[in-house]
Write a protein that binds this ligand. Structure first.
Ligand code: G6Q
Length: 547
């Protein structure tokens, strides 16, 4: 049995180190070392990672690296890249890295090299995306398909939603892309109101092809199409992305129009597979592959850099430092780029579904905290919403800021203002404003002595609030690939330290099961199922209102 994390030497030393370090102010660390930013900045291609505005020193890092080594991180990284079945509860390899293995060196799952199958699907995907873009693959009535509708949910939705938006500037001019995920009929209705059956391609994206939301939405869209163009139109307007050919055929999609992926690709890690078809169609297969190239560069960096120079490892360890020693169980990701507006939502699933676990790899309940709550939104918008709490709330919230040096839309001084804002946030959070400084400012602004006294505390900022700053040259496909892979690996490292399986998601099952019980009750076809009195009352009230 693995030694409990809390009993490792490094953990104990970190606990002691924290006791004195918690009082240390970052502004003092900066004042003492003018080279702190040089020392704590890493670069990969056009991605720069400044982690100097965090509450640590060399000793902290040394202990955190030791913790990672005590937890066998080096070997665990190798195991993932080798194709070992690290998703042990589902007996699966975890090989999203193979989907962007641009070296094409063999990677084995169950003794079989997965690369030939991956390359074949990628080539088929490229051909199909080109054919749609060039109007060679036409709709049933001979028109070009210009509205792409991805029907999927969770991992079969959030990646494509995020990445197509991130790459909107690269879209073919005559194309549009829509997403239907929610079972709420409104999601379907609103998209179908906007598109024309003759020019619409539906991509049914579902690994299992059994997900109730996706299949219900797909059936509704299929009926809408058949009502307009007749049954034979389905072959020209529906494709499927799935691991389950049997169910795809049962649904009535020709297997020729099916793009395969595999059990060794987890849903939330699948945007690199054919699940990314909408990205490949609207932004083009070249850009899709550039995204894979970027992710591959990050994979190489992660797998080969020593921990001291390893971006995802350092991100992860600082996260552990805050989560498990400072007791801060949340963090925010704030991209200062409108095209990355869905990045936090994407990361929310990636992080919280992967590491929201409370049983360790040996089957024990865990007595330390694991995955944090992740939230975020695009800057500067969020400065006018939740930033009050980030600056003056009782607890700090570590932040990741992402900013491109060059905007896709350099209009007037918009971008300079954006950049000034993100840098100001990081600086303000780190430095804060003492009561004395606040008082001096108030006095300078002409406030009376009494007013200064009354207001100075409200106007002060504790500071010492950590943030990472990621500067990228531009949000292009390659950089997007790097960024996403970077967070994937951060999540992996934390999962290793916490000794959990980051690749299953049993927690989503219970709600699904119970919904299946309640469904027949709502439609009046079942009664007498025992619920708690609150649930029973809610069922009755809703039934009454729907009458
Ligand atoms: C992701 C999860 C989950 C999954 C959806 C959709 O890692 O497994 O979000 O992607 O439940 O599942 P299907 O692709 O099978 O429809």
């Amino acid at each position: 049995m693995k030694k409990n994390l809390l009993k490792t030497k490094a953990w104990k030393k970190l606990t002691d180190h924290y006791k004195h370090f918690k009082k240390i102010e970052m502004r003092d660390l900066f004042d003492a070392d003018p080279k702190r930013a040089d020392k704590y900045t890493l670069k990969l291609d056009n991605l720069m990672f400044d982690y100097s505005k965090n509450r640590f020193n060399d000793h902290t890092l040394k202990l955190l690296f030791r913790l990672a080594r005590d937890c066998g991180l080096e070997e665990k990284i190798k195991a993932m890249f080798r194709g070992d079945k690290i998703n042990f509860t589902e007996n699966r390899s975890v090989l999203h890295i193979a989907l962007r293995n641009r070296s094409n060196k063999p990677i084995y799952a169950d003794g079989k090299d997965v690369m030939p199958a991956i390359n074949a699907v990628l080539a088929k995907m490229r051909q199909f995306a080109e054919d749609v873009r060039l109007g060679k693959f036409k709709g049933h009535t001979g028109k070009k398909l210009t509205s792409i509708v991805n029907i999927g949910i969770g991992g079969s939705d959030l990646g494509p939603v995020m990445a197509t938006e991130a790459l909107r500037k690269y879209w073919a001019k005559d194309m549009n892309c829509y997403f239907i995920s929610n079972i709420d009929g409104t999601a379907c209705a609103e998209v179908l109101n906007k598109v024309n059956p003759e020019t619409t391609l539906f991509i049914v994206s579902s690994k299992t092809f059994t997900t109730i939301e996706t299949l219900t939405n797909a059936r509704t869209c299929r009926k809408w199409l058949v009502d307009a163009l007749g049954e034979p139109a389905v072959a020209k307007h529906f494709i499927a992305i799935s691991t389950n050919q049997k169910e795809v055929e049962k649904f009535g999609i020709n297997p020729e129009n099916m793009f395969e992926f595999w059990d060794f690709v987890g849903g939330r890690y699948s945007m690199w597979s054919a699940i990314g078809m909408s990205i490949a169609i609207v932004a083009g297969p070249d850009n899709f592959e550039k995204m894979l190239d970027g992710a591959f560069a990050m994979d190489k960096h992660f797998a080969t850099s020593d921990f001291e120079h390893n971006i995802p490892v350092i991100m992860a360890l600082l996260g552990i430092w805050y989560n498990n020693f400072f007791g801060v169980k949340r963090y925010a990701v704030i991209p200062y780029d409108q095209y990355l507006q869905y990045f936090p939502a994407y990361l929310q699933q990636l992080d919280m579904e992967s590491n929201g676990k409370s049983v360790d790899r040996e089957g024990n309940f865990i007595n330390y905290s694991t995955g944090p709550v992740l939230f975020g939104g695009a800057g500067t918008n969020v400065q006018h919403s939740f930033f009050q709490l980030i600056h003056q709330g009782t607890d700090f919230v570590p932040c990741d800021f992402i900013i491109p040096a060059i905007s896709h839309n350099e209009i007037g001084d918009h971008h300079e203002i954006l950049v000034a804002n993100v840098l100001a946030q990081g600086e303000a959070l780190m430095r804060g404003k003492t009561e004395k400084e606040a008082a001096a400012e108030l006095a300078k602004a002409g406030k009376s002595k009494d007013e200064v006294k009354a207001l100075k505390r409200y106007k002060s900022f504790s500071g010492n609030r950590p943030s990472n700053t990621f500067v990228v040259k531009k949000v292009d496909p390659y950089t997007l690939g790097e960024l996403v892979a970077m967070y994937e690996h951060k999540v992996f490292v934390q999962g290793v330290i916490w000794n959990i399986n980051s690749y299953d998601q049993m927690g989503v099952e219970l709600g699904k099961q119970l919904a299946l019980n309640i469904l027949p009750e709502l439609s009046g076809n079942a009664t007498g199922i025992r619920h708690d009195c609150s649930t029973s009352k809610l069922i009755e009230a809703i039934k009454k209102m729907r009458k």
